[in-house]
Design a protein around this ligand. Structure first.
Ligand SMILES: Nc1ncnc2c1ncn2[C@@H]1O[C@H](COP(=O)(O)OP(=O)(O)OP(=O)(O)O)[C@@H](O)[C@H]1O
Ligand SMILES: [Mg+2]
Length: 422
């Protein structure tokens, strides 16, 4: 991690245990009323399963809430100190995005700026999509819902939908999310392409492909360009950590959670992270049906994102829009010119998506934080072989960007390479 000073925690900050959580919730009338009954009857259980924060679900006689608190360090590595402001950004993101995406995410019920506590709706009927996929479940609506989420959230926070004063005011706030953006820059965009002690992989069988990825000059050029793209292309407000662990699903509902990495950036970053995780799942699938579903999910996510985004754009243009980029006035007498401009825009998003998907695949196999999807393959040599195939696909996508420029092309290539496994 690059050196940066960590501001001291506010004097009032303390990490709450279950007793502390109970009295904290009892002290906020709206939350106490939502839970109902006497506080002593509330059931509190820890569900933290990520790297960063404490997360608890609390059930009362009347309802439930989800309690999330930042710690002054990485949850799974107390030696890795970290400022507390990540729940502030998650709360701010939810407040910005909720009016655009409706019930595809959760309501902020409360934020405490001294304790860095965020309380949101409890999704206790839901499971985390990654787990649901690993257990072989079919979630036929999830990918489409995530595509709609990205389309609404990014379109509405982009210069296509609003004047630059409004857009930049919002993006400037999230430019302050430097702690977690630094993690993205280091862990996703940099570490796998250099020797770094945080990098690790499951088998020496992957040494060669990991070294090829680090040393291929074509990969370096493309990665350098994507680093610049991530840091300079303030296209919209991103979720910033949109993997299958940031989506919760039930039989009839999909919610996107965990927006603490929210930052300005290229729309293809959110799309690429989600698709990258679906492709990781594809390479970990043990049966042909699961593979078919993974491929279908990539296609449905992209179609949903693409079509919803363009629909929003057409509607804004018809209503004379008020965005300062691709301003409606430019195309009033030139509808075919607008169609062409839109196609070019979406092509750029697709190409960003493919590159960021490849980088997500790479960092989730040889970087710091791996995905558990491959844990379902008991034989380590078989697991490493699948990971090697996924890494080779990602390497090829970065080394020869011109060879796959559409999501349909990406799907064909991935399906072809994964076909040998089930
Ligand atoms: N609103 C919610 N309702 C029910 N369960 C939730 C809710 N939000 C989070 N969870 C559960 O808590 C877990 C951790 O939440 P979350 O991913 O937000 O934490 P995190 O510390 O930010 O994780 P990461 O290190 O992966 O970023 C989730 O995987 C999920 O199981
Ligand atoms: Mg998180």
């Amino acid at each position: 991690m690059s050196p940066h000073s960590i501001p001291p925690a506010p004097a009032a900050y303390r990490t709450l245990d279950t007793n502390g959580i109970r009295s904290f919730l009892a002290g906020v009338p709206t939350l106490a009323a939502r839970l109902g009954g006497p506080a002593a009857r509330w059931r509190i259980r820890e569900v933290s399963d990520g790297n960063l924060n404490n997360v608890f679900l609390i059930d009362g006689p009347a309802g439930g809430v989800c309690f999330k608190q930042s710690l002054p360090h990485v949850r799974v590595d107390p030696a890795w100190k970290m400022p507390l402001d990540r729940t502030f950004y998650e709360a701010a993101y939810l407040r910005e995005i909720r009016p655009c995406v409706g019930a595809l995410t959760t309501d902020v019920l409360h934020f405490d700026p001294d304790l860095f506590v965020l309380v949101v709706e409890s999704l206790d009927r839901h499971v985390v999509l990654r787990r649901g996929l690993m257990e072989g479940g079919a979630w036929p609506d999830a990918a489409r819902a995530v595509g709609a989420f990205v389309a609404h959230g990014t379109f509405r926070t982009s210069l296509l939908a609003a004047p630059f004063e409004e857009v930049t005011r919002r993006l400037d706030i999230f430019s302050g999310n430097r702690t977690l953006t630094r993690i993205t820059v280091d862990l996703i965009l940099t570490d796998p392409y250099r020797d770094h002690p945080r990098n690790h992989w499951i088998s020496p069988d992957l040494d060669r492909i990991a070294a090829e990825i680090r040393t291929d000059p074509r990969v370096r050029r493309r990665v350098g360009a994507m680093q610049a793209r991530f840091l300079t292309c303030r296209q919209a407000l991103l979720h910033g950590d949109l993997h299958t662990g940031s989506v919760m699903v039930s039989a009839d509902d999909t919610r996107i959670i965990d927006g603490e990495f929210a930052c300005p950036g290229p729309i293809g970053f959110d799309c690429g992270l989600f698709i990258g995780n679906l492709l990781l799942h594809l390479f970990a699938c043990r049966d042909a049906d699961g593979q078919d579903r993974a491929v279908r999910d990539v296609a449905q996510f992209w179609t949903s994102f693409h079509d919803t985004f363009l629909e929003l754009w057409h509607t804004a243009t018809r209503q004379d829009g008020n965005g300062d980029a691709y301003a409606a006035a430019l195309f009033r007498d030139d509808p075919s010119g607008l169609l062409k401009a839109q196609a070019d825009f979406m092509q750029d998003v697709a190409e960003d998506t493919i590159a960021f998907a490849a980088m997500e695949i790479i960092r989730r196999i040889v970087g710091y934080a791996h995905v558990p999807d491959f844990d379902t393959i008991p034989d380590m040599a078989a697991r490493a072989e699948r990971q090697g195939t996924a890494l080779a696909l990602a390497r090829d996508l970065l080394a020869a960007p011109g060879s796959t420029t559409s999501i349909a092309g990406l799907i064909d290539l991935a399906r072809d390479r994964a076909r040998r496994y089930p």
